[in-house]
Design a protein. Structure first.
Ligand SMILES: Nc1ncnc2c1ncn2[C@@H]1O[C@H](COP(=O)(O)OP(=O)(O)OP(=O)(O)O)[C@@H](O)[C@H]1O
Length: 232
């Protein structure tokens, strides 16, 4: 997937400015930036939920339909149905993509450690359980690309561990993802490359290696200082 000079305005405000980026199949990218920098907006453009005001999206197979089929999304509003059970939620989404592979759903529930509560209604689930189910939901159709908007937000240690391990497995299996996170350790350990977004522009990028990453972290900290955010 390639973005060529993408800009986006919402309510007369320019939210993204001339974004150029490439997301290779199987590549794992951390998207880092202060609050309001434009991370979620960029994910929404990639998810084809928001249409850019200018610029071009160049899809891997040249078709938007194929791109949408190949994409899984995990956004903070979890798109789960409280009145349905965990397995029913997954079945519902799998059907939307034309699939009916119960084995896949069972193995996803195992992977996110929800197999024991497969037949319980999602309305009774904790935030961590919902988040884990959202990730399973996003994977029902074997996407090659995954968008993850702060998937660790509000998770306790055990849910964090489960999600981290799942992402490491996906990375190994060459399922690419873009991970929005405020946690630089997550970026470093879970991603190959990091992009810094500031005021809607990509202002730095780095490999997530011990050698390269510290200078990226410094750049991020100076952005936070300029924006009067706490450095953490
Ligand atoms: N629907 C909208 N209408 C108008 N402005 C919006 C809309 N959504 C986002 N914005 C503005 O776009 C800018 C970028 O927001 P965005 O949510 O993409 O940032 P973010 O980096 O994901 O922030 P956070 O870390 O707080 O989630 C912000 O200034 C925000 O106020």
């Amino acid at each position: 997937m390639r973005l060529d000079q993408i800009s986006l305005s919402r309510d007369d405000k320019q939210v993204l400015h001339d974004i150029n980026m490439e997301w290779k199949r199987g590549e794992t990218i951390a998207l880092i930036g202060a609050n309001g920098a434009g991370k979620s907006s960029l994910l929404k453009v990639l998810a084809t939920l928001w249409k850019p005001s200018s610029g071009k999206l160049i899809y891997p197979d040249n078709t938007i339909k194929q791109w949408q089929k190949n994409l899984g999304v995990v956004f903070p509003d979890s798109f789960l149905y409280d009145a349905l059970t965990a397995i029913e939620n997954l079945e519902f989404y799998q059907k939307l993509y034309g699939g009916s592979d119960r084995k896949r759903l069972d193995s996803l529930l195992q992977a996110v450690r929800l197999a024991d509560v497969a037949t319980e209604k999602v309305g009774t689930f904790s935030k961590g359980m919902r988040q884990r189910l959202s990730i399973a939901r996003a994977l029902t159709h074997y996407p090659s690309y995954l968008l993850l908007d702060e998937p660790f937000d509000g998770l306790d240690v055990s849910s964090r561990d489960i999600v981290q391990n799942l992402l490491l497995q996906l990375k190994e299996q060459k399922t690419g993802y873009i991970l929005v996170s405020h946690n630089l350790d997550d970026a470093m350990h879970l991603c190959e490359r990091a992009l810094l977004i500031d005021n809607g522009e990509i202002t730095a990028e780095s490999r997530c290696t011990q050698e390269a990453f510290p200078s990226f972290v410094e750049q991020y900290h100076s952005v936070l200082k300029e924006n009067n955010h706490a450095v953490y």
